[in-house]
Design a protein around this ligand. Structure first.
Ligand code: PAF
Length: 257
């Protein structure tokens, strides 16, 4: 039986997306990459209109690796038969959700709708958007959806910077500075996520001119702050100039003494 995998994207594809495609090609015979800039996950002034739309280049990058599914807004959200809105609940109000109210309702609703349209056996998401991945995993369980969710580790530049379509907005100077973000995460992760390491990391980012939205260590499933290094992630969102970057890393567990 053909196994179908879905790689949901908003286009402007880069090597991070290709890593998702390559991973999922090991798991399924048919790979569909959806390219849809989802209006419902953008708040007012969050750049929905400015989001890069590079469909031809995206198709060229994918070549024969995957089928492209690029639906219109009316196909995804038929006005006469609107699909359900999926609410992210309290977990969706944390971290990214605090800065972007209803963002995760938009993400979950479109992912649920794309699953309905493509009917994937497997769907793959990058670990870079850890909160998104966690909420999608939870939605699949809660709604009893028949798709397996696979998370793929973040692909990084040689400098350590996580690949993101937003990196193209950084000036050469900002690009160089942005490498501090993963360096700080790594230091916190290797220290076992102590509060001292978080304070030191935030100060380093501040000194380098970042505006830190959040930098914390959280339980990787509940996303609540934790001081336990087991199953923990250090998460960050910080602005450099006008570009807001997010990243996260697993915390190295500190052996019990
Ligand atoms: O991560 C993204 O690019 C988007 O949030 C997603 C999952 C494709 C939903 O629009």
């Amino acid at each position: 039986m053909t196994r179908t995998a879905l790689v949901p994207t908003m286009g402007a594809l880069h090597d991070g997306h290709l890593a998702l495609v390559h991973r999922v090609r090991e798991l399924a015979d048919r790979v569909v990459v959806s390219i849809f800039v989802n209006p419902t996950q953008f708040g007012a002034g969050e750049g929905f209109d400015r989001y890069p739309r590079t469909l031809d280049a995206d198709r060229a990058l994918l070549g024969d690796l995957a089928e492209v599914f690029a639906p219109t807004v009316d196909e995804v959200y038929p006005p006469d038969n609107p699909p359900p809105v999926v609410h992210a609940g309290a977990m969706g109000d944390l971290w990214e959700g605090a800065a972007r109210p209803s963002h995760f309702d938009g993400v979950l609703s479109v992912v649920n709708r794309l699953f309905d349209l493509v009917k994937p056996d497997i769907a793959v998401f990058g670990e870079k958007d850890w909160q998104q991945l966690t909420l999608i995993r939870r939605m699949v369980v809660e709604r009893g959806l028949p798709s397996e969710i696979v998370g793929v580790p973040t692909v990084r530049e040689p400098s350590g910077l996580a690949l993101s379509s937003r990196n193209r907005n950084l000036s050469p100077d900002e690009l160089e500075k942005a490498a501090l973000l993963p360096a700080v995460l790594q230091q916190i992760a290797e220290s076992g996520g102590t509060s001292e390491s978080i304070i030191r990391g935030a100060a380093r980012l501040d000194d380098a001119g970042f505006v830190v939205d959040y930098l914390d260590v959280v339980d990787e499933n509940t996303l609540e702050p934790t001081i336990d290094s087991a199953n923990a992630r250090v998460i960050v969102a910080a602005r450099i100039g006008t570009t807001r970057l997010i990243d996260n890393m697993p915390v190295a567990p500190v052996p019990e003494r």
